[in-house]
Design a binder for this molecule. Structure first.
Ligand code: OGA
Ligand code: MN
Length: 287
């Protein structure tokens, strides 16, 4: 295993992810420990990608009634139905550009993501990197008094908040406005090894019990601290690359590319469950 960054992340060689079931115990251990796993030279089709996801848990379905839908592959792509590349002003491209804000996935859903498995499909000639930071390392580096305070805080999340930062048109899309506000504790302890990590995202817009501005400033400060340049692992995609990351212990963002070119990554998120420590981040009911 080669490490990707001093704080986190490993490249794993010698595993064909189509045989992931055989290696799952080992892969899962590495996931809990290192937060970001990179595999190169893979040939995952949709079916193998979904099968890999199911090893980690329940595949995320972004529908109001997920039980009525079947899990399927989703594409992080600027190519739209009909084959054309989205224009730079289209609300869909603006929505995609919001991935360029530091975040962790799906904090706006009733149950957030445990992991994302992203696989390169069509890459632009330049740019389009995906960057990661360890929120576990950031947590460790925070002053003890700040950690004590954060252990008591609950953050408010809303999908439209991150989209609004980019453009009102992106925030007004049905796929965005359909999700009501959620609330999660600001720290997610890993149930396997006990390591705590700051749990924060571009979707976080406030702190329960705090003034709007004070809450927003605290969130901005924490994200700035967590994403200082020295903490970043920047991944330049090559064909065949697959990255699995732990949403509980990292933040990520995409980087710009020439938008006239197609950039497509196949993605599935796995929904966090009780065994992943979801109970720790769910705030106690008010009252
Ligand atoms: C995602 C995401 C960033 C990228 O798939 O959740 O944020 O680089 N992707 O496309
Ligand atoms: Mn994302």
């Amino acid at each position: 295993m080669k490490s990707l960054h001093d704080d986190f992340g490993v490249e794993i060689e010698g595993i064909d992810l189509r045989d992931a079931a055989t290696h799952y115990t080992w892969i899962r251990r590495a996931f809990e420990e290192h937060s970001v796993l990179l595999f190169r030279g893979q040939c995952l089709d949709d079916e193998a990608h979904l099968a890999l996801g199911r090893l980690f848990g329940v595949i995320e379905i972004r529908e109001r009634n997920p039980q009525e839908h079947e899990a399927r592959m989703s594409m992080v792509s600027n190519r739209w139905e009909g084959g054309h590349v989205l224009s730079e002003e289209s609300p869909r491209l603006l929505h995609l550009k919001a991935n360029q804000l530091w975040h962790t996935d799906s904090t706006f859903l009733p149950a957030p993501a445990l992991a994302n498995i992203l696989a390169a499909r069509k890459l632009p000639t330049s740019g389009g990197e995906t960057e990661f930071v360890s929120t576990r390392a950031a947590w460790r580096d925070l002053p003890g008094s700040t950690r004590t305070r954060l252990r008591r805080l609950v953050l408010r999340h809303r999908y439209a908040h991150s989209r609004m930062t980019i453009s009102p048109a992106a925030a007004a899309l049905d796929v965005v406005t359909m999700w009501p506000e959620t609330a999660w504790r600001a720290v997610w302890p890993n149930p396997v090894n006990g390591a705590e990590a700051l749990y924060i995202a571009s979707h976080a817009f406030g702190v329960v019990g705090m003034g709007e501005r004070e809450g927003r400033e605290l969130i901005e400060e924490l994200i700035a601290f967590t994403t200082r340049p020295a903490r970043i692992y920047s991944h330049r995609w090559s064909p065949g690359d697959v990255i699995i990351w732990d949403e509980r212990a990292t933040m990520h963002r995409g980087r710009p590319w020439p938008y006239g070119e197609e950039r497509t990554l196949a993605s599935i998120c796995i929904t966090a469950g009780e065994a992943d420590g979801l109970g720790w981040v769910r705030p106690a009911p008010a009252g």
